[in-house]
Design a binder for this molecule. Sequence first.
Ligand code: TXA
Ligand code: MG
Length: 319
Amino acid sequence: MTDPRFTDDVTLAAQRLRAGELVAFPTETVYGLGADASNETAVRKIFAAKGRPADHPLIVHFDSIPAAQKWAFSWKISEDLLAQAFWPGPMTLIVRRAAHVLDAVTGGQDTVGLRVPSHPVALALLREAGVPIAAPSANKFGHVSPTRPEHVAAEFGDELQTILLGGDCEVGVESTIIDCTVSPVRILRPGRISAADIARVLGVAPQTKSNDESAPRVSGSLASHYAPRTPTFLKTANAFSALKVQSKIGTLTFTVCPQFTGAHLTKIKIPAAQIEHDLYADLRALDAAGLDEIWIETPPAGAQWEAVLDRISRASTRE
Ligand code: TXA
Ligand code: MG
């Protein structure tokens, strides 16, 4: 039986959004849990449904660059170059916020995250709703992000009545977050838009890491995030060969073929983009397999693996 929360009716979803209800919707990265970004009561429902601390800011989604620009205090050349190059698409820009942006959205910070997604259903919803949509990934706080409608359904109960259908998310990991309030701009969360892509557009390499205490809060930057409920460990290829046959360990590997008897997802010679696309569904499948532990092989070196390595590291328990 199909879940009664599932719908492909964009008009209905838009009406519910405008009425202050939560609507989960597809984007090219992951599914979002959306609310009218200009309605404080609606925005608060996101935090309640996710179990997310109120000071963790939300990304606001728009259907065009001019619409996004209105939520920024000012629009710099670097912001414009990035927006023109990568929107609609899997990129979020952190900019100084315009005066009208709600504290509920920004967690009280003076910056706001802006994004124009490229998924046609997301764009249709934004156009039909006629309001910007504040949306985190549609999962409980700290859990694995959803890339399919059934993932969203599994996360929420009655707090969510509407899940707009849009298939399997094409990218599979969340947008690249770029802090444009510093110079050079800084990548806060790696994603499909890479440091090299950004450097090509701006003519200068972005900063990639910071220990700066005053850096804006990014919940996606917490050490433990995107995590399955089963204890998950990042392991080298050597560690796999050292382990004896083990039925209660599930594995996700990229170069080795483990001899275990538990659940295996062996993805040898598969491009990083495909691994990225499959990653969260794979983690969910392993999490549902009744295992004692999940072991994930450290991905090969290379810039194309950066987002995968970032998410796997956060999904893993520190040893
Ligand atoms: O691909 C994505 O970005 C998805 C889809 C739905 O658009 N959204 C998403 O949202 O991943 P969320 O809330 O799960 O992660 C957004 C991250 C959070 O870690 C949040 O702290 C950070 O963006 N963020 C939002 N606004 C910010 C701000 N003003 N300053 C710093 N970080 C911010
Ligand atoms: Mg998230």
